[in-house]
Design a protein around this ligand. Structure first.
Ligand SMILES: CC(C)(COP(=O)(O)OP(=O)(O)OC[C@H]1O[C@@H](n2cnc3c(N)ncnc32)[C@H](O)[C@@H]1OP(=O)(O)O)[C@@H](O)C(=O)NCCC(=O)NCCS
Length: 173
């Protein structure tokens, strides 16, 4: 279950969370490139553009925006088949597929906030019983944010195709 009780930093009022719109697509893609310096192998893949579009159209994409409604962070979910992970993930599960925060807005727990916000919304538009995600073992910020948002480590060192990742799962209903 979500850990909504964890106390987090005050988020400046200018930052709002909302479901993503088509107009956010290019900013989401830009933030992937901007924030993706640490894991370049994960980003700049054309399939990501299609997956982002898909997530927006299926109401599985969520953004944080500044006071000018400019996207500064995002989280994307999907239900796409994952043959490589089929032996590890629970049946009927939703993937937290991608998330990043624009570098100048990092340090405000926006990944945690967006993950909680997105998971709460997904429960209404999606019938999945579980949510899952993979995190690079060195990505301390994501490990902290997504475990605080309710994900639990279930497998270490899974070959995810883009490299070794740890698998996290949480029950939604
Ligand atoms: C991962 C990412 C989304 C997190 O951004 P964020 O929400 O601003 O995260 P924060 O900077 O607020 O950090 C969250 C926690 O991790 C800690 N943290 C951040 N970087 C850290 C580091 N290098 N070492 C140790 N702890 C770190 C913070 O202190 C904070 O801890 P707290 O909960 O105890 O206060 C952002 O760094 C990013 O966009 N990275 C590139 C893309 C990426 O890795 N996406 C995730 C793929 S799973």
């Amino acid at each position: 279950m979500f850990n909504h009780n964890r106390v987090r930093d005050h988020i400046p009022e200018i930052v709002k969370l909302r479901p993503a719109k088509l107009k956010d697509l290019h900013r989401i893609e830009y933030i992937m490139h901007e924030a993706g310096k640490l894991h370049p192998e994960t980003y700049r893949h054309p399939v990501l553009f299609i997956n982002t579009l898909d997530a927006i159209l299926y109401h599985l994409a969520f953004v944080a925006v500044d006071k000018k409604d400019r996207t500064i962070a995002f989280v994307l979910f999907d239900n796409l088949p994952e043959r490589k992970m089929a032996n590890y993930i629970p049946k009927n599960s939703l993937k937290l597929a991608n998330t990043a925060v624009s570098p100048q807005y990092q340090g405000k727990h926006l990944e945690y906030r967006l993950a909680c916000y997105g998971l709460t919304h997904c429960k209404y538009v999606n019938t999945s019983d579980y949510a899952w995600c993979v995190i690079h073992p060195d990505n301390i910020a994501s490990i902290k944010s997504l475990t605080a948002a309710g994900f639990c480590l279930v497998y270490k060192n899974v070959d995810y195709g883009y490299g070794i990742r740890n698998l996290y799962v949480q029950k939604l209903r």
